[in-house]
Each structure stands twice: as structure tokens, then as C-alpha cells.
Design a protein around this ligand. Structure first.
Ligand code: NAP
Length: 242
């Protein structure tokens, strides 16, 4: 029997790396974990050296070719059982009056089109084996306004709608599809936020601080472990969305 494979996209980034570590710990090394990256080979290789039962996949997932490379790699290594659509971008930040067509193509390409087609293609394989779990990484900004985040917000709101639709259509086929919705988390994505802006953001968070990548990873693991969660959007935002 082939081994169960868990693919984590964007595992060279802060949240993806934490997800890989938590999945490896929770499965006691039983899951074969695909560590995907686009450009940051150094971070991906460093992570792989810590995770014995893992393999690396380099791909630009905004292209059909890159998505094909990821699916082929998963099939070669075993049975695609878990897909975590974590790769994402939040830039450029443009006020709504200045939105450029290129920004729509770029941000929706990575944050919405990529998970959509990965879900479609991985789901077809999962349905063949009768089970599979997909977790998408959304954002608190799907439901909250922040100047400069219109396109990012739209991409994540669309991802949440897609999560529920897929949960509805594929639940009867043995699949579960959920999403995690992080607030402000300490990673490369947020490291350039000025201290003055951080203070303003902290005032909006009930717990008064940014979250850790591990807190998001633990929520992803919960969505995977609890077999009656389907179509759920789990907030991990310290109470920012209240
Ligand atoms: N940090 C936060 O506060 C926060 C809050 C809410 C939601 N999120 C979401 O959490 C997810 C992870 O974010 P993060 O904070 O960990 O960001 P990060 O550290 O910047 O990591 C982003 C990851 O996405 C990958 N990536 C970017 N463009 C790609 C493409 N075209 N094809 C394939 N992979 C691509 C990057 O790969 P390379 O670096 O290898 O190129 C990297 O691994 C994202 O979906 C983000 O929207 C983050």
C-alpha cells in the first residue's frame, strides 16, 4: 500500500514551515510531507533537513505547468491525502482608487486561481481513493477593511466561498474541505509593517499582540483531525475579528 502524502504549498514561508512541523509531529513521522517552495530554496532545504519523511517540490503555482509539477510529485511519492493551500501573496498594496489590472492578475492568480485548480486536480485523485482533506489558508482581511487590501481581501473572500462550495460538492464523495483565517501573524509577510502601524493594529486585537505561525499550524491540524469539520472557516486572530 502506498504512503499517505500531505502537500503544503508555500512551505518555505513562515506559516507553511510551521504547518509542516506540526503535521510531522502529529503524525509521528507517518505522513510523507511534500515541502513546496517557489523561490526560497534555502528555507525549503533547511526545513527538509529537519523532517525525515519529506520531499521537496519547486514550482511557480500561478502557472498550469507548475501546478502539474506539484500533482505529479505527489502522485510519484504516494497517495495524495492532504492538501494545504498555504502559498499566498499580499502585495502590491493599492488604495481602491488606484487598483491596477496587473495586480488583479497577480494576487488573484496566486491566492485564488492556484488553490482553485489545485483543489480540483487533487480532489479528483482523492476521490479515486475515497478520502482526502483540503485546508485553505484565508485571512481575517476576507471580512475586514484595511486601506490598500482591496484585491487581497477579494482573493481571500473568494477562497472562502470556494472552500464552502467544494465542501458541499465533495463531502458526499468522502472529502472534507475547510479553511483557516489568520489575523496578523509574525512572518516575512508582516515583518515590514512599521512599529507605529503595529501599535494601531495591536489596539484592534483583543489579545493585544500578533500571533505566531505555530498557532495557525495548530488550527490547520485541528481542521485535519476533527472528522466532522467540513466547510468551516476557523479564525486564528486573537479576537481581532470580533
Ligand atoms: N502573515 C500573516 O499575517 C497572514 C495573515 C493572514 C493570512 N496569511 C496567509 O498565510 C499564507 C502564508 O503566509 P506567510 O505569512 O507564511 O507568508 P510568507 O512567509 O511570505 O510565505 C509565502 C509563501 O508563498 C509562496 N509563494 C508566493 N508566490 C508563489 C507562487 N507564485 N507559487 C508558489 N508559491 C508561491 C512563497 O514561496 P517562496 O518564498 O519560496 O518564493 C512562500 O513560501 C498566505 O496565504 C497568506 O495570505 C498570512
Amino acid at each position: 500500500m502506498s504512503e499517505d502524502v500531505a502537500i503544503v504549498t508555500g512551505a518555505s514561508g513562515g506559516i507553511g514551515r510551521a504547518i509542516v512541523k506540526v503535521l510531522n509531529e502529529k503524525s509521528a513521522g507517518e505522513l510523507r510531507i511534500g515541502i513546496h517552495y517557489k523561490g526560497n530554496a534555502e528555507a525549503a532545504k533547511a526545513l527538509q533537513s529537519e523532517i525525515e519523511n519529506s520531499f521537496l517540490v519547486q514550482a511557480d503555482l500561478s502557472t498550469a505547468r507548475g501546478r502539474g509539477v506539484l500533482l505529479e510529485a505527489a502522485l510519484k511519492e504516494g497517495n495524495p491525502y492532504i492538501l494545504v493551500n498555504n502559498a499566498g501573496i499580499d502585495k502590491p498594496h493599492e488604495p481602491a482608487l488606484n487598483i491596477q489590472e496587473e495586480s488583479i492578475d497577480l494576487i488573484l492568480g496566486v491566492n485564488f486561481k492556484t488553490p482553485l485548480f489545485l483543489m480540483r486536480d487533487f480532489a479528483k485523485e482523492m476521490i479515486k481513493s475515497g478520502s482526502g482533506i483540503i485546508v485553505n489558508v484565508s485571512s481575517i482581511l476576507a471580512k475586514k477593511a484595511l486601506t490598500g487590501s482591496a484585491v487581497y481581501r477579494a482573493s481571500k473572500a473568494a477562497l472562502e466561498a470556494l472552500t464552502k462550495q467544494a465542501a458541499f460538492e465533495w463531502g458526499p464523495k468522502g472529502l472534507r474541505v475547510n479553511a483557516v483565517s489568520p489575523g496578523f501573524i509574525e512572518t516575512a509577510m508582516t515583518e515590514a509593517i512599521a512599529e507605529s502601524t503595529r501599535n494601531l493594529i495591536r489596539q484592534e486585537i483583543a489579545l493585544g499582540q500578533f500571533g505566531s505561525a505555530e498557532s495557525v499550524a495548530l488550527a490547520v491540524a485541528h481542521l485535519i483531525e476533527n472528522d466532522y469539520l467540513n466547510g468551516a472557516i476557523l479564525s486564528v486572530d486573537g479576537g481581532m475579528g470580533l
